[in-house]
Write a new protein. Sequence first.
Length: 249
Amino acid sequence: MQTYTVNDFTIYPLSEYAVTLEFSHEINADILQLISKFNTLLHRKPFDGFCTTVPAYATLSVFFDPLEVIQSPHLRGINCFERISSYLSRLEDEEKNQIITENGTMTIPICYGGKFGPDLDEVARLHGMTANEVIHLHSTAIYHVYLIGFTPGFAYLGGMPGQLATPRKSFPRSVVPAGSVGIAGKQTGIYSLDTPGGWQIIGRTPLHLFNPNRAQPALLKAGDKVVFKAMEYDRFEHYNGSKDADTYH
């Protein structure tokens, strides 16, 4: 397979319409920052034929229109892969002199336990904690959105305290309500739609993680920082179903 290596990543073909930038074989916050920074720069300075990107744990896939790429007078190379790789290499050199503003931190309110968090007590029991201790640990960490996937707007978050790492459920639920916050292994995730799922559900947010009518349908994106804030049931009901449940105040 043809590859192209620059300082921070290796490029390889994904299909006739995409290439993948591999930044590492590891998953950590430093790699996430590199991916997020380069992704932001590429969207600010797209090449002819650029369509979109898909960030993941240690990669960034770049999708393009082959016809526009091969016809572009601004790209160099004998094929799409060479042309895009050459452009991305030059952009990576420019990146060293770019100042990219970091994404802000979003507060996600959660109503923990009860009917919104049916697995909270089980998670606490597995770790020899009280439910309040689980809530405290979960809501005092700073999380990073590593990728959006599974369903539109579903956020995979890293940064959860290791003491809370919990296996998925043995038998998945047929429906997990949108907004449910769960634990699976070392990650926390937020369900964006009503879907089947096997994560340990410890709470729910009233915010809409996915709304196709918004300018940016997914509330979160890869590279964002998230903190959780415990909220009372009455406060949850105030936001639940509200057209304003896209941000938290």
